[in-house]
Design a protein around this ligand. Structure first.
Ligand SMILES: [Zn+2]
Ligand SMILES: [Zn+2]
Length: 491
């Protein structure tokens, strides 16, 4: 660590060595080097000064953020606040509706339970997962991770927990739920007297507290507290020695020999070119499978985008809910809900719902489809635009849940038999499916592939078949032109 050097991000393209000179069979773990998760560029990243954000020099993706606040104590304080707010939210009432003297009060759990009773169990479970279970689990995990970071060295379970935290965090949708409550409230005020319960305000506070935990959390600093094992376990069970080096002490290894751990970001340089998606061993820092790119990224994303496209039509053509007011009424589709808000004079809100429920799913399906096609075509232009598009799609994806949340609240609270009643309809299942499937599709897509096929990340090494004498029963068909025979590890 050359801490005396001023903190800055050095720009520099990586020269690709034409030939591998005689190299040691050891794996090098390179400090001071990071790979951009969005475009695959390896770049030198010095110790970042507090208050700074390092961005990728090629695509602008934030690589590291250093806060001015304490890296562990501050997020821990907000995490404890979140835990208290979460428990209070669960115990409080969300909304009370008073219609001609008849009162009905609901809490967070009522919506999912009503959906379950009505036969829309899949949507009920989904709403319960993302508004009750996931936030609770995420807060508990973060509390454990931050507590473990107080030790001099991160305990063995912490890396797994941090990896799971990353996976689960997007599924905690409190910030979307608060908008769902707001839309539901505006739909209810002209129907009956609505009293907003404490839970609504607590959720708003919880949303801010959870967002602040994430903002003040410094995962890179936490990872730096984790030791790097002296050996790396190869897929065949053998172990190779790991050399820890600093990027300033060595020549930049060939880019096709390097990869970064998808979980903790540790950069490793291997003696041979790294296959595109096959695992080359377990990360010596976090134990995650080390592979260069996500497995079957394009195939999986294509399948999920097509599935989302199929669900998209019933989601918009079929009513998502039936609203009965004094014996009359009928089904509402998503777009009818938007029009109704507009006619009621709630123009900003109707535009918000239009954006979240109509624009976002279309943008995700069309955007991902476009990125898949361009990657298959090995297109070389518009890479920066596509990388930005991917980041936008990734961020906005969850906001489509507004309508699903609104329906879950209306279904729970408007239960006055023929006087006023709201029930869910088949459309909501399709709509929720579109949202969930597209979230998975974005997760499966590896944006670095776009830069790979355009030739910006060095030669692509195909996934070789397994070694001759190992992994019996696996056909050795694929993987033409193996560039470099993998050296069996001599640990
Ligand atoms: Zn980048
Ligand atoms: Zn790792």
């Amino acid at each position: 660590m050359s801490s005396s050097l001023p903190t800055r991000l050095y720009r520099g393209a990586i020269k690709i060595a034409r030939r591998n000179r005689r190299q040691s069979p050891n794996v090098k773990v390179i400090e001071g080097l990071v790979e951009c998760p969005c475009c695959g560029e390896f770049q030198v990243l010095e110790n970042l000064a507090p208050g700074n954000v390092a961005r990728c020099t090629r695509c602008g993706q934030p690589l590291e953020r250093r806060n001015k606040t304490s890296p562990i104590a501050t997020p821990l304080a907000f995490c404890i606040t979140s835990a208290a707010l979460y428990l209070a939210t669960i115990a409080s009432s969300l909304m009370t509706l008073n219609l001609y003297g008849r009162e009905r009060s609901v809490d967070l759990l009522t919506g999912p339970m009503e959906l379950l009773h009505e036969g829309w169990g899949e949507v009920g479970v989904l709403v319960g997962l993302v508004t009750i279970l996931a936030p609770g689990v995420v807060i508990a995990m973060m509390g454990l991770i931050l507590t473990s970071a107080f030790f001099d060295e991160l305990p063995d379970w912490a890396p797994h927990l941090l990896a799971w935290y990353e996976k689960l965090r997007p599924w905690s949708m409190m910030e979307v739920y608060i908008l769902g409550i707001f839309v539901a409230y505006t739909k209810l005020v002209d129907l009956a007297h609505v009293e907003v319960g404490a839970a609504a305000y607590l959720i708003a506070a919880l949303m801010i507290s959870m967002a602040t935990t994430d903002q003040t959390l410094d995962k890179d600093l936490i990872w730096k507290r984790r030791r790097v094992e002296g050996t790396l376990e190869r897929p065949d069970g053998t172990r190779v020695v790991v050399d820890r080096v600093n990027i300033h002490d060595i020549e930049m290894p060939p880019v096709q020999n390097m990869l970064s751990c998808h979980s903790c970001g540790l950069v490793g340089a291997f003696p041979e070119p790294v296959p595109q998606t096959r695992s080359v061993g377990l990360c010596p820092r976090c134990g995650h499978d080390m592979q260069r790119r996500k497995t079957n990224s394009l195939t999986r994303t294509t399948a999920l985008v097509l599935a989302a496209l199929i669900f998209y039509f019933p989601a918009n053509l079929f009513p998502v809910m039936t609203v009965i007011k004094v014996g009359s009424g009928g089904g509402h589709t998503i777009i009818e809900g938007v029009i109704e808000l507009w006619q009621d004079g709630m123009i900003p809100l109707s535009l918000l719902v239009l954006f979240a429920s109509i624009t976002v799913p279309v943008a995700k399906i069309v955007g991902l489809g476009f990125m898949i096609i361009q990657t298959e075509r090995k297109a070389e232009h518009g890479l920066l635009f596509r990388s930005k598009l991917f980041r936008i799609i990734d961020v906005i994806g969850r906001w489509s849940m507004i309508d699903v949340f609104m329906i879950s609240i209306l279904v729970a609270v408007v239960r006055f038999s023929s006087l006023a009643n709201v029930t869910a309809n088949a459309g909501v299942v399709s709509f929720a499916s579109v949202v969930v499937i597209t979230i998975f599709a974005v997760h499966c897509f590896d944006p670095r592939l776009m830069w790979d096929v355009a030739g910006h990340n060095g030669p692509v090494t195909p996934d070789e078949p397994p070694e001759r004498d190992e992994l019996t029963g696996v056909a050795q068909t694929a993987g033409a032109n193996i560039q470099n025979e993998m050296e069996p590890a001599r640990a």
